[in-house]
Structures are given as C-alpha cells and as structure tokens.
Design a protein around this ligand. Sequence first.
Ligand SMILES: Nc1nc2nc(S)n(CCO)c2c(=O)[nH]1
Length: 159
Amino acid sequence: MGNIAYIGLGSNIENRLENLREAITALSIVKEINVVNSSSIYETDPVGYEEQDQFLNMVIQVETELTPFELIDACLEIEKNLGRKRLFRWGPRNIDLDILLYNHENIETDKLIIPHPRMHERAFVLIPLLEIHPNVSLPEMEQPLQRLLEAIPDRKGVR
Ligand SMILES: Nc1nc2nc(S)n(CCO)c2c(=O)[nH]1
C-alpha cells in the first residue's frame, strides 16, 4: 500500500454515529484504501460557529495507493454519496472528511492543503489524532503535536 494518511471525520446532524460508521465503511470499500486504525469517538463543542449542535469527531489512519489528490476526490465522492448537507460554511453538516496528514508531506494547492491548515489549533482533531499517533509531528514543526495540545486550554470542549 505504501502511503499513510490520517483523516478527520465529523458529524453534527442526523444520526451522527451512523454517519461516521457509513463514511468509514465507504472508505474501506475503496480497494486502494485500507483503514488500519481508528480513534475513539469524541463529543465536541462546535468551533468556528457556536450556534449549532455538538459534533462527534474521530480520526482514522489509512494506508493507501492513492495520491493525495485521488484521496481527497474519494473523500468528496463519499461525502456526496452520503448526501452531504452543509447549509453554510462552518455550519452544521452530516459528514465531514478532512485529510489531516499524508506521509510527511507538505502539499499546498488551491484544491488541497496538507497538513490541514487548522488542525494544530483544533482540539477536536489533535486529541483523537494523538490517541492513535502519540508522537506525531507536523512536517514543518519540530515540536511534536502533543506540546501544541498542552497549549490549548481545557481541551476545548472535547469529551
Ligand atoms: N467540534 C467541531 N467543530 C467544528 N467546526 C467545524 S466547521 N467543523 C467541521 C470540520 O471542519 C467542526 C468539527 O468537526 N467539530
């Protein structure tokens, strides 16, 4: 398989748990994607736009033959097939798949930015990611992400 990627999942409308489960099933059905690890599921306070319901968030580790661009296309396809509903940017959504990391690569295009540009400030990403990858560090940051998490007050409403 070769490449290792970390994908953040989130849902805060409808049957959130079912939405996450269906997304993981859809990913593992793709023959070039092998889901090798998954974090616990966390209930988290919405950030970015507070007037919405709690999210369920988690992070999975995949091995994949796909390039980063093929992987994001597969994620977008899955969101579409699960009937992704997003009323407005930052608003409630039934499923969200974000590629957080792909190997140790930095990718910056208008279609794809990896590492995910906001992951280092999001406890709802860092906590599940560190659960399955404790000493992860970002390509351009020497210090491990664990240190960054210590800088985020009171785990930012991640339970
Ligand atoms: N807790 C929490 N807040 C969020 N705000 C946005 S936007 N999102 C969507 C992910 O970008 C989330 C999320 O997944 N979890």
